[in-house]
Design a protein around this ligand. Structure first.
Ligand SMILES: [Zn+2]
Length: 341
């Protein structure tokens, strides 16, 4: 059986959480009683959305990450720092911390003996410094791509100021995990704690970000970009036909269904029918297993069961388990030999 590879998994350095403890407003780490929370939702919201995500060992411990993987039967993980990355910082601090985060991730992954590979963080608000960080990431052997916010503080992903970034990403051949950042529509989601922002706000944010890459023509301008949509593409697989319909009359309009099939996605749906929808619309060979650990499913079992229940043919199931990820990130059984050596 193909190795099981988790392409959506997060880890934070302890010193980064310490930096977030210094923030008065969100994003912040704060304590209520005995528990610390990571609160990333935007400030100024009309209704409390709960204190945030309780911080556990899984946030900062490489050993806890490996223990989770062992318990779930996950052979390798592609690990990224989670929200809020460096978007909330001044340009000078963002450049400094992005470099530090990338060095941290390289060290954690190189110490894992082939179990962990990483994604790099780029200070998008910093122009040429962001491009220079791409060069540094390229030199770190255990970093195999980037994690990029779906809604950067600089502006939407199709903002003209980001064109040099996309051009360089394509040239460096680094896959990009497009991950929701602040959630969207939070003004409509109050009254039920963090439930509605987490369940709807994050996937909607990813859906709109991906749609902007399609309708702006950016995907066609940079045809070799490999962009992985978090949470199975949000709602994009379900709504792609609608996007296609409403752009079909434009003479220079994008071929939406073709563009959508150029994305990759993780399989984080928690439902076999939704997973099949992502595979049918984005591509059976472009869906990759993901857990979002330490968030979401506490032990990964429901996601493993969802994949088993999807009714995929053998080739598709093996591709989702790890074949597609091994191809995209240049991973696979040969790298696990490092662990046995
Ligand atoms: Zn995530």
């Amino acid at each position: 059986m193909t190795v099981l590879i988790d392409v959506h998994s997060h880890l934070y350095p302890a010193w980064y959480l310490e930096r977030l403890r210094q923030n008065k407003g969100t994003p912040r780490v704060h304590r209520l009683g005995e528990v610390e929370y990571l609160d990333i939702f935007p400030g100024g919201r009309p209704d409390p959305m709960g204190p945030g995500q309780p911080i556990t060992d899984g946030f900062t411990s490489g050993a806890a990450k490996l223990a989770f993987m062992d318990a779930a039967g996950i052979d390798q993980s592609v690990v990224s720092v989670g929200n809020p990355w460096v978007d909330f910082l001044s340009p000078g601090e963002a450049v400094f911390l992005a470099t530090e985060l990338n060095e941290y991730m390289e060290t954690v992954c190189s110490d894992s003996r082939g179990r962990l590979y990483g994604l790099g963080v780029v200070p998008l608000q910093c122009g040429s410094e962001a491009l220079a960080e791409l060069d540094r990431i390229r030199q770190l052997p255990h970093l195999r791509g980037l994690v990029v916010p779906a809604k950067p503080a600089l502006g939407p992903l199709d903002h003209p100021a980001l064109l040099p970034f996309w051009e360089k990403v394509e040239a460096t051949n680094l896959p990009v995990l497009l991950h929701p950042h602040w959630t969207t529509g939070w003004e409509d989601f109050g009254g039920h704690g963090p439930l509605l922002p987490l369940v709807f706000g994050f996937p909607f944010e990813t859906s709109v970000a991906a749609a902007r890459l399609v309708v702006s023509g950016l995907l066609r301008r940079f045809p070799r970009l490999d962009i992985i949509l978090a949470h199975a593409g949000g709602t994009l697989p379900f709504l792609a036909g609608r996007l296609d319909q409403f752009t079909a009359g434009r003479p220079d309009g994008p071929s939406v269904m073709t563009d959508v099939s150029r994305f990759w996605c993780d399989g984080l749906t928690y439902h076999p029918a939704a997973l099949r929808c992502a595979a049918e619309v984005i591509g059976r060979d472009r869906v990759m297993f993901g857990t979002d650990h330490p968030f979401g499913s506490p032990n990964g079992q429901r996601l493993i069961e969802t994949l088993a229940a999807a009714g995929f043919d053998e080739a598709t199931e093996q591709s989702v388990r790890g074949g597609a990820a091994a191809r995209l990130f240049h991973l696979g059984p040969q790298h696990l030999k490092e662990a046995e050596a």
